[in-house]
Write a protein that binds this ligand. Structure first.
Ligand SMILES: [Zn+2]
Ligand SMILES: [Zn+2]
Length: 373
């Protein structure tokens, strides 16, 4: 039903019929119509068949472009071809794929820009079968153990998102049925359009550039080749990933429509804290408490590593609290940065007190002499 008036729309120039410009205001159109209707009215031209035909044409033209909504659709059809305003195929209007997106924005804008036609309206109007469309980029979160983040690993994440339809493998056709070659473009997927001096190739409006029309749409995805379902995605996490880092998995995002390429999947990394280790760039950090005696006299101290086998560091005599020792290659791809911190006991035994008092007595020089107070 919808295809017939559209074919007529495509072929007839109602603006010309009313003698108005395509950019004419609604008021101008009504004015032009009233003037013509008065002139051509059968009461005024009894027996004039030509006038009667013209009168009917003028009425039909005004019926369409005199109505704001119809005019929008008419302009659309005139610009994009007779199939643009509806699905047009055997499914008829409202047939397969209620979710098709409008697909000709850029071309419409291009033509609009070149030829001074208005921008497109009626976005919410008649549905269109779109051309190929790239899939959406998706995001997923993944929380890693501290060790896994440092060392890297291969894991699987499950996400629920748009995915290639499992029934039709994304073809949109019911299994066993074959899409029909598009008769508008003869399967080429493009149409040539002449605009005065210019000639354009644009994606075929009838088949959306695929060259084929789905005659028997898949019932799972209603012909769009895409469904929402949970799916597993293998992720290779490189060693040394950090909190908030995004890993890009090319082509693992939303599936493309009508042969378009898939989007990418971005996995946002979260790293659980470790009770002992911290991160500093590619290096690991650890705080190593030492006694005043170890700091003053020097000694050897065992430091744990992430892989479990401890390393021994030698503290030279006179080591200041906070001094950092770099243990090369002891933290996966990076180094282990061990910072010694001199601890002060919060309670003392009698023996300790005596020893420290003896130390104080043997240390007459103030470490604050340089402050001058
Ligand atoms: Zn399907
Ligand atoms: Zn086509």
């Amino acid at each position: 039903m919808a295809a017939e008036p559209q074919k007529e729309w495509f072929e007839k120039d109602y603006y010309k019929t009313l003698g108005v410009n395509e950019k004419a205001t609604a008021k101008d159109i009504t004015k032009a119509y009233r003037k013509l209707a008065r002139e051509l009215h059968p009461d005024k031209n009894p027996g004039d068949a030509a006038a009667e035909t013209r009168f009917k044409e003028v009425s039909a033209a005004y019926d369409v472009i005199g109505d704001e909504e119809k005019r929008k659709s008419y302009d659309e059809v005139r610009r994009l071809g007779p199939m643009a305003g509806g699905f047009g195929g055997p499914g008829g209007p409202g047939g397969p794929g209620g979710g098709f997106n409008v697909g000709f924005d850029d071309i419409g804008d291009l033509l609009g820009g070149l030829f001074g036609r208005g921008g497109r309206g009626g976005r919410g109007g008649p549905q269109q079968q779109s051309r190929a469309q790239a899939g959406a980029d998706l995001e997923a979160d993944l929380t890693l153990d501290f060790d896994d983040a440092v060392r890297g690993l291969e894991t699987t994440i499950t996400l629920t998102s748009e995915a290639t339809c499992h029934t039709c493998s994304g073809t949109g056709s019911k299994p066993g049925s074959t899409p029909e070659t598009c008769k508008v473009c003869n399967g080429k997927g493009v149409q040539d359009e002449n605009q005065g001096l210019f000639s354009f190739s644009r994606p075929c409006a009838s088949c959306g550039g695929r060259g084929a029309i789905i005659t028997d749409p898949c019932t799972t995805c209603r012909g769009i080749g895409v469904e929402v379902r949970p799916r597993d995605v293998k992720v290779r996490i490189p060693a040394g990933v950090k909190e908030g880092q995004k890993i890009r998995l090319k082509g693992r995002g939303g599936p493309g429509r009508l042969g378009g390429p898939p989007g990418d999947l971005f996995v946002r990394i979260h790293v659980a804290d470790h009770p002992l280790f911290g991160r500093s760039g590619n290096d690991l950090t650890i705080e190593v408490p030492i006694t005043f005696a170890e700091a003053a006299l020097g000694g050897t101290v065992k430091v744990p590593t992430l892989d479990g086998s401890p390393v021994t560091i030698r503290i030279p005599p006179g080591t200041a609290s906070g001094k950092t020792f770099r243990l090369r290659g002891k933290a996966g791809a990076g180094d282990l940065l061990a910072s010694v911190v001199v601890t002060v006991p919060d309670s003392l035994t009698d023996a300790q007190r005596e020893a420290i008092e003896a130390l104080a007595a043997a240390s007459p020089d103030s470490p604050r002499a340089h402050l001058g107070v």
